[in-house]
Design a protein around this ligand. Structure first.
Ligand code: ZN
Length: 264
């Protein structure tokens, strides 16, 4: 409330500059943590995912489960969590098929990247997300890209994101803020961020319902969640979880989803 006191300048209330966000949400550990951060910060949060077939069916199912669990388990976040958008991009599947001659497929797989990798894919995702944010009147684009663990994707680097923020803002005549909360932290710190945001309940949710494994493995359950345990994404997630537990020991995650309110 604005009050004018005698001899004092009136207090002027400055509303937060940003109140709404669109989170690029894949159903993985990183984007789920980013979504939790956005729900903590912004009054209105929507999510967008990209469906381009193949192994990503598992991710698409993970998205639905994570959103349902967030709504059910976090009463303070639930009213802020708005519409979920899924954009179908079959063209990406066609590019990865046609671009992968046997030689390039071998090189990509040898480097540890999935053979569905499409150069510049994230540029496309960000552009489509910005177009959607424009139509939905959302101010902040939140993405879980990270330089610390993966340097393989140049379109996920900080410089690229900064250039994109400028290009998207100019190109759509709307001042977007591109937020990358995980850019400079490692996987252990990402687990810790989840704990700080939503307590053990959110850590358990990430373990049980998010999906990271390149092979789409939902059969093998580890202390850090489901996955083949050997692909680069599983190794990264497992290593991060081990370091996270070593730094701040927490009890092994229960399988049953908890129903209490987060303490943090
Ligand atoms: Zn895996």
């Amino acid at each position: 409330m604005v009050q004018e006191g005698v001899g004092r300048p009136a207090l002027v209330y400055h509303p937060p500059m940003h109140t709404s966000a669109l989170v690029l949400f894949s159903g993985g550990q990183d984007s789920t943590t980013c979504l939790a951060l956005a729900l903590e910060r912004y009054e209105r949060v929507e999510t967008v995912g990209f469906d381009y077939g193949q192994r990503h069916l598992v991710e698409m199912q993970a998205r639905v489960h994570v959103l349902a669990q967030l709504r059910a388990g976090f009463p303070s976040w639930a009213p802020r969590l708005g519409q979920d958008h899924v954009l179908e991009l079959p063209v990406l599947g066609r590019i990865s098929e046609s671009a992968l001659t046997s030689e390039t497929a071998f090189r990509l797989q040898a480097s540890g990247l999935p053979n569905t990798f499409v150069p510049g894919r994230n540029l496309l995702f960000m552009t489509l997300a910005a177009a959607l944010a424009y139509r939905r009147d959302l101010q902040v684009l939140v993405t879980g890209v990270c330089e610390t663990d993966f340097s393989g994707y140049p379109d996920c680097r900080d410089d690229t994101m900064k250039a994109l923020q400028l290009a998207l803002s100019l190109g759509m005549d709307r001042r977007f803020l591109v937020q990358t909360p995980l850019m400079w932290i490692d996987k252990a710190a990402t687990w810790e961020l989840a704990r700080q945001l939503g307590g053990q309940l959110l850590v358990d949710l990430v373990i049980e319902h998010t999906h990271t494994c390149y092979l789409g493995d939902r059969e093998h359950r580890h202390v850090w969640g489901y996955g083949c345990g050997t692909c680069p994404a599983c190794e990264l997630r497992a290593r991060g979880f081990t370091a996270f537990q070593a730094a701040a020991p927490v009890p092994a995650a229960p399988i049953e989803p908890a129903t209490t309110t987060p303490s943090a």
